[in-house]
Design a protein around this ligand. Structure first.
Ligand code: THU
Length: 139
């Protein structure tokens, strides 16, 4: 099981690859899957602004594409002096797979922790056999 320093090292690497020429706000996200593997994402902005991709969803897409659907924790890394929680869209997309995911957000010396259940207490969900906990609905 990777330790927090190992996860933060991965977060620093991916944060450095963020493409954020419009906001200047670089975000690194690392999802730890149930088997201890780490899946990283960074924000990728777009000139349209509205088509910008968040780091958390990038990490989630990488993890799911790698065959992982159940996660132990999410670690976020940003600059500045205020640790940020995932945006609303990322909360909803993360809740699809791990509705009570522990989240650690780090900015400099500041560390904030939440669970996804605290940040999004009533997610929209449909039962599906594709989910970790299974279900009777369509895939
Ligand atoms: N951003 C993320 O990557 N994750 C979030 O949860 C919130 C915002 C990015 C999007 C954009 O590139 C920049 O941060 C400023 O909003």
């Amino acid at each position: 099981m990777p330790g927090i320093e190992e996860i933060l090292a991965v977060a620093r690497e991916v944060q450095a690859r963020a493409y954020a020429p419009y906001s200047g706000f670089r975000v690194g996200a690392v999802l730890e899957a149930e088997d201890g593997t780490l899946h990283a994402g960074c924000n990728v902005e777009n000139a349209s602004l509205g088509l910008t991709l968040c780091a958390e969803r990038g990490a989630l897409v990488a993890a799911v594409a790698g065959g992982h659907r159940s996660f132990r924790r999410l670690v976020l890394l940003t600059d500045g002096e205020k640790a940020v929680p995932p945006c609303g869209a990322c909360r909803a997309v993360l809740a699809e797979f791990s509705p009570d995911l522990p989240i650690l957000s780090v900015a400099g010396e500041i560390r904030m922790e939440w669970t996804l259940g605290e940040l999004l207490p009533l997610p929209f969900r449909l039962a599906s056999p594709g989910r970790p906990e299974g279900g009777a609905g369509r895939p």
